[in-house]
Design a protein around this ligand. Sequence first.
Ligand code: ADP
Length: 499
Amino acid sequence: MSENVPLNPPARARLRVLSVASEAVPLIKTGGLADVAGALPAALAPHGVAMTTLLPGYPAVLRAVLPAGRAKPKVLHSWDSLLGEPARLLAGTIGGHPLLVVDAPGLFHREGGPYSDVSGQDWADNWRRFAAFSRAAADIATGAVPKLAFDLVHAHDWQAALTPAYIRFAPFERAVPSVMTIHNMAFQGHYGADIFPFLGLPPEAWSVSGVEYHGGVGLLKAGLESAWAVTTVSPTYAREIRTREFGMGLEGLIQSRGDSVHGIVNGIDNTDWNPEADKALAAPYSVRTLPKRRANKRALEQAFGLEPGDGPLFVVVSRLTWQKGMDVLLECIDHLVGIGGRLALLGSGDKAMEAEFHAAAARHPGRVGIRIGYNEALSHQLQGGGDAILVPSRFEPCGLTQLYGLAYGCVPVVNRTGGLADTVIDANLAALNAGVATGVQFNAVHYSALAEAISRTVALHGQPEVWRQIQRAGMKTDFSWGQSGRAYAALYARLVEAQ
Ligand code: ADP
């Protein structure tokens, strides 16, 4: 915790925004949400937005707010009962930007992940943990803490989604504009109707335009109904979630929100993800020094127990799930190896898939290497040493690994969906001739489509000049937060002006 945290933004900032997220790098991460929530404050600062991040007080977050030797946290507020739990609001910093932490020991002082225990089992009271977190966010956004003032609140995913609902339904004095961002429609926070009385919402919130969803409580649904504007993380996904195939039951609601639904593609943090200054790499490199990647490839082969060689090395950094198409990748491994490819995979998730990937590695010693687990440094090394990153997702709201691949010259091979469709340009003849191709796209997640894309990638890799051109075009593409930061800032400004 720093004594010098600006609780109120600098005078030049016009908009004060509270960003409510259940994870944010560098403190706590299970997926892309953390990358985005961690990057937003810096992305928005150049556009006149002072963003404060609100996180739950998990042990990892508290350790950052209470460095060793500094026993006394800065307590800004306390709640005798936050949905029945005593809680305090602590102040700190995250990446040099203001951080607020909801310290509720009964809810968040637990070892394990943010949503699950050490064995991976979801906490049974997640609804209560994140309803309390959202309630705290609504209190803060509406002025419960005199030292803090915000013009707008931005809630991320189902864990923060009751924030706009509390603001809408509770008798607060001030109506605060709200933005609800969907990072993945597959996670909605559905619970039984029996939790409703414990949420502290008035009876009128129990309606189809409120929290009620198919006879139960839908947390994300409540946020989508209540927020002033809805965003998701790519223009294509914003269109897709209006359809039955991708809307996961909420397509009608999304359609009903009309043009208050926006698609803003994620940027990447070029301080964390810059091959020229990446400390995780054996040999940092740039678009002008691509041959240096060879040293990273050698290091990767060693780390994954692969035969050394200049042939195509495919990599994967992913949750091992059906969404990510990992079942279809498993089917394609023999083909990949059969045409001269090798595979290095880092991931964790579905236990049966983990076992099948191990079995594939045993079938193809020296050609397929598997690491089960979560390893940030290794994820950088895979991007810095691999030739092509496979992202065969069935749906992908934005996707970050293909963006890191582009920045690192690790050519993305992706299904044409969501953010993957928006960020990768397929190496068809026209794109190759125009020099704009940045990757390989395919059209459906099944064996023949992925196998064909892998074959096409191997063929492209066999033409060094063409391959280098694809790598260079990807590395030169601007995926920084510049444009997207501006888009969020413009949306905030419109909502605040519309009050
Ligand atoms: P999602 O959020 O759906 O998992 P994204 O592509 O948006 O997918 O973001 C995934 C993020 O998590 C990326 O930053 C990726 O590098 C990281 N990641 C995924 N699996 C691992 C892993 N096993 N080890 C390290 N980083 C991982």
